[in-house]
Design a protein around this ligand. Structure first.
Ligand code: NAP
Ligand code: G4F
Length: 348
């Protein structure tokens, strides 16, 4: 009989990649979509059209009753909890809702599994994050954060995710559940939401190339991230869930790049060389050939506190899971810009 997987956050970036992967592996895939989206709603229909093989389940991460009902009816072999308020900048604006969904929502899913009497049979994956490390100098190992590194979250999102991480570990220890975390560093791609910096850049580059936008406004240009491709990371999630012994793993590339480097490579894809001029909020990215300002700073995008540098060490995942990323940093930027050039060109 086919294994059954339930994915929360099905309509998000990773939800789509993971659903496709599990479907290709022969799973029966169920996807949780927010409770108020009736089947006639465009968002529901869009998700269903994109993933016709997924059986959509209406539920909200805040609704324990709906989640418990879903567990009782589906009896999934594997639950992947990807749903969250996942935008770090937004979490400063709405910390209460972020704590409820991104933090306590994890407990709701775990409790739903337990209330349905499935804690000995259903495996649980929690989408933990490198944001839990915080990127401060004192706890940053030279080769990158590992499963042993200490945490110091720098945002309401990071704090909420740390609760999710610990409650998952707690259920593993308390009830003997196969409950694990993937501690994933930034992963991007053609499904990335436009509110995240990489997609904001790739969309802007495409729109500027097509004459639909003049300029790209960004916040902190100095931040560095360990960016991989989301398609590679969902393979890692699945591998974490196939281990004999439940445990937590870091998935990362082991490389870190600045926002500036991402911009330079992205514009290069459309034949534009960027030259940086000025400093601080006056910094601009200029088209070397024409002298036109294409990138400027808007302090509205600054955050009250910042994670300056993220770098992960994936050694353990590579050794124990045999996980290896397929797409490198230049490949990721290229893939995103090429996708957005086609997408923008197809729009009126
Ligand atoms: P995403 O695109 O923001 O997707 C999150 C999904 O959660 C969305 O589909 C959203 O639904 C859903 N959601 C939000 N609130 C909900 C609620 N109350 N009830 C039910 N569903 C709700 O995030 P992602 O990039 O795919 O990331 C997946 C997970 O991995 C997240 O938990 C994220 O925090 C974590 N993570 C991501 C990265 C990364 O670099 N992408 C790295 C580490 C960890 P709507 O579609 O209706 O808005
Ligand atoms: O793309 P970002 O918003 O991603 P961030 O904050 O690293 O969070 C993402 O990765 C985490 C894993 O490390 C996930 F857990 C989380 O759910 C999410 O997927 O911002 C990246 C960097 C930041 O330093 C930000 O300040 O880019 C900087 N930045 C500069 N200008 C900007 C902008 N970020 C956004 N979103 N928009 C800007 O205009």
């Amino acid at each position: 009989m086919a294994k059954r997987a339930l994915i929360t956050g099905i309509a998000g970036q990773d939800g789509g990649h993971l659903a496709k992967l599990l479907h290709e592996k022969g799973y029966e895939v169920y996807g949780v979509i927010r409770g108020q989206l009736e089947s006639s709603h465009p968002r529901y229909q869009q998700t269903q059209n994109e993933m016709p093989y997924v059986k959509l389940v209406l539920a909200d991460l805040l609704d324990l009753a709906a989640l418990t009902r879903a567990m009782q009816e589906i009896k999934p072999d594997e639950v992947y909890n990807l749903a969250a308020i996942s935008h770090v900048g937004y979490s400063f604006k709405d910390p209460i809702m972020t704590a409820d969904v991104t933090g306590k929502g994890v407990l709701n899913v775990l409790e739903a599994i337990r209330l349905a009497g499935l804690e000995k049979t259903t495996k649980f994956y929690q989408a933990s994050t490198s944001e839990m490390f915080g990127g401060l100098d004192y706890n940053r190992p030279e080769k990158g954060y590992t499963e042993e590194s200490s945490f110091h979250p720098r945002s309401p999102y990071g704090v909420a995710k740390l609760y999710g991480f610990w409650i998952t570990k707690n259920y593993r220890e308390n009830y003997g559940m196969f409950a694990v975390s993937g501690i994933l560093f930034n992963h991007e791609g053609e499904r990335r939401g436009p509110e995240f910096v990489t997609r904001k850049i790739s969309q802007a580059v495409a729109r500027i190339k097509l004459g639909k936008q003049d300029r790209l406004e960004l916040g902190n240009m100095d931040a560095k991230r360990d960016w991989g491709y989301a398609g590679d990371y969902v393979e890692g999630m699945w591998r974490i869930m196939q281990q004999d012994k439940p445990d937590d793993y870091v998935l990362a590339t082991g490389e870190t790049h600045s926002i500036r480097e991402f911009c330079e490579l992205a514009f290069k894809e459309t034949g534009v060389d960027i030259e940086w001029q000025g400093t601080g909020v006056k910094e601009t990215g200029v088209d070397k050939k024409t002298g036109k300002v294409l990138i400027s700073i808007n302090p509205d995008f600054f955050r009250p506190s910042e994670v300056d540098l993220l770098l992960g060490d994936p050694t353990r995942a590579e050794k124990e899971l045999g996980w290896e990323r397929q797409v490198d940093f230049p490949g990721l930027v290229k893939l995103m810009v090429e996708h957005d050039l086609k997408e923008e060109a197809s729009k009126a």
